[in-house]
Ligand binder design. Structure first.
Ligand SMILES: [Zn+2]
Length: 138
């Protein structure tokens, strides 16, 4: 079973599709970068009022940390679109996997928060190769 099939089963986001998956080595650490693209024909949603509108442009690609797999840090990489909202003007789109400017996916934040109830926050950070701040924010 492909990783994309598993993600579509556990993290399906209508309006978006999973693209290429790359295994990258950075600073002697393995990272899994999973590209996300807007589904063809989908319109971006305004992050302020949740109205859909025409796309304006795209921002540079940005990583969102997801739950690690086999001890490998996982990032969703996505170029946020800006939406031409009829009410609010030009705003960055709302994405279903993260809130606001958070670089952690909502799923990963809940995952860390769940573990932080059982272990010391430092232990959680070490176990999942993330920072104490990420655990604290979760
Ligand atoms: Zn709006």
């Amino acid at each position: 079973m492909l990783l994309k099939s598993i993600l579509n089963r556990v993290q399906f986001h209508s309006g978006f599709v999973y693209g290429s998956v790359r295994l990258v080595e950075k600073s002697a650490r393995l990272l899994l970068e999973i590209e996300i693209r807007p589904r063809k024909g989908s319109r971006p949603v305004c992050s302020v009022c949740c109205t859909t509108g025409p796309g304006y442009d795209s921002l540079p690609v940005r990583p969102f940390e997801f739950v690690p797999l086999w001890g490998i840090t996982v990032f969703f990489v996505y170029a946020m679109r800006r939406v031409e909202c009829p009410r609010c003007g030009t705003k960055v789109e709302r994405v279903p996997w993260a809130e606001g400017k958070n670089h952690l996916t909502t799923t990963y934040a809940w995952f860390l928060a769940k573990w932080a109830k059982r272990l010391y926050w430092k232990e959680v950070a070490d176990a999942f190769q993330t920072t104490w701040d990420n655990v604290f924010c979760s």
